[in-house]
Design a protein around this ligand. Sequence first.
Ligand SMILES: Cc1cc2nc3c(=O)[nH]c(=O)nc-3n(C[C@H](O)[C@H](O)[C@H](O)COP(=O)(O)O)c2cc1C
Length: 200
Amino acid sequence: MIPSTRSVLGLFGSPRKGGNTDILLEEFLRGCAERGAVCERIRLSGLRVGGCRGCGGCEKTGQCVVEDDMQSVYEALERSDRIVMAAPIYFYNVPAQTKAVIDRTQALWTRKYLRQERAGQPPGQRPDRRGFFIGVGATRGKRLFDGTIQTMRYFFDAVDVEFDGHLVYGEMDAKGAIRAHPTALKDCCEAGLNFVNSNG
Ligand SMILES: Cc1cc2nc3c(=O)[nH]c(=O)nc-3n(C[C@H](O)[C@H](O)[C@H](O)COP(=O)(O)O)c2cc1C
């Protein structure tokens, strides 16, 4: 396998440091790094990012009018070849801090769909950009992750990356419980290895 120089952005979506999300995302990024990718990490709950105001300002300029830490997230989202979002389930979606970041990518959706500013390249010449989601939750209902996966589908679409896949784990509640899972850490590392050079 040829080593990669691709850039991977890891979005840490849990406010609980060292918890199940962090453990899985670090395993995933370890796999990416083994393939030679350059990994960048952003802890979303450590940012000062307010919710989308729905003001429509981005429709006029393509830029979000709110000046906060989201400006650096936009830059990271735009320069990365691969984006992996990891988050726990809070009330059947992602934590509020992570959802605020997702809602604020409305500015990118606006650029792509309303302003036709889609990377400036015709289909077939667009950069190969891909996204992946890792989720954890405490309960075991079959549909625990359905809504969040739908949210991820539209988040990655707004950010203009292909949604490449997901790994989700229910029945994980205590901090670090995921370490006792028979396959999760290995699954995430392997998914990271494959993600770097994945082309669909
Ligand atoms: C505010 C809050 C809401 C939660 N809501 C849900 C939920 O709706 N469904 C669920 O299965 N687990 C829920 N959980 C449990 C977390 O998803 C679970 O503990 C997860 O393993 C935490 O991941 P972390 O260690 O990465 O933070 C909730 C936890 C908190 C703190």
